[in-house]
Design a protein around this ligand. Structure first.
Ligand code: HEC
Length: 245
């Protein structure tokens, strides 16, 4: 009986997680950890735009360099916020300062991709919209009343939501967002921004589990070994049985 309950809970868990997302529609994102160019672009965005507030305390610069193919030179250039290559990605902003400015703690992002999921992150980064009632003038459709400003607005531009009002089943009227209208264009087109966010999320997924890349390579060697082993054992079998009829 205990087993059944545990199994049931395990199956329901992801669904519960989704429900807590407030029923927002999540856009799918293609994750490709083999794409070094995308990972490098994501790392650049992450270091330039996110690390000033968030930490990624469990990620080491030199490990990242090796994993995603940055040269030592490139790595040094990126590392203006860290002193030594072996250092983790920590931030200058202290906890109490963050509390003062943002009214909340700023979460570490090392494993956020595992906690929230890639699709959630991808959607979140593309659903900031103008909202005068919020302290930073923006709100987020995926994370309602988020304490984070739209730090990428220069790239994406600023957008206004398009609402649709519905009152299904005679219930109270409810407004939901069906799309956006750009009011101030950014440096990127929508497609460019979407691609940049895919790269950023790709990097965050890698960061959440750097060993995944290694596992892929190990997997390939294991398969190769099995193929070679099969050939050898087949040859042996033939040899042993050749005189037996
Ligand atoms: C100006 C400071 C600041 C910068 C820069 C910033 N953030 Fe944030 N971020 C915050 C704050 C504050 C929160 C907490 C929001 C809350 O709980 O309401 C947050 C929350 C988040 C969350 C939600 C975490 C969770 O699971 O609750 C994600 C994901 C996130 N940020 C990603 C990013 C990414 C990616 C970047 C870089 C593109 C970035 N942030 C840059 C301040 C910042």
């Amino acid at each position: 009986m205990k087993k059944i309950i545990i199994t049931l809970l395990m199956t329901l868990m992801p669904a519960l997680g989704m429900a807590s997302g407030g029923g927002v529609h999540l856009d799918k994102v293609e994750i490709d950890l083999q794409n070094q160019e995308s990972l490098q672009n994501g790392a650049r965005l992450f270091i330039n735009y996110c690390l000033s507030c968030h930490s990624a305390a469990y990620m080491r610069f030199n490990r990242m360099g090796k994993d995603i193919g940055f040269s030592t030179e490139q790595l040094k250039e990126l590392m203006y916020s860290a002193e030594k290559v072996g250092e983790t990605m920590t931030v200058a902003m202290r906890g109490e300062e963050a509390q003062k400015w943002f009214g909340t703690k700023i979460p570490d992002l090392t494993v956020v991709a595992r906690a929230r999921g890639a699709d959630w992150l991808y959607t979140y980064l593309r659903t900031f919209y103008l909202d005068d009632s919020r302290p930073w003038g923006v709100n987020n459709a995926t994370f309602k009343d988020v304490g984070m400003p739209h730090v990428l607005w220069e790239l994406e531009g600023l957008k206004k939501p398009i609402y649709e009002t519905s009152n299904e089943h005679g219930a109270e009227e409810s407004k939901h967002i069906t799309g956006y209208e750009i009011v101030q264009p950014g440096k990127m087109s929508k497609e460019e921004y979407d691609n940049a966010m895919r790269d950023l999320v790709n990097f965050m997924v890698y960061m959440g589990e750097p060993a995944k890349l290694k596992r892929y390579t190990i997997g390939i060697w294991v398969l190769l070994f099995l193929v070679v082993f099969f050939v050898v054992s087949y040859a042996l079998k033939k040899e042993y049985w050749k005189d037996v009829h």
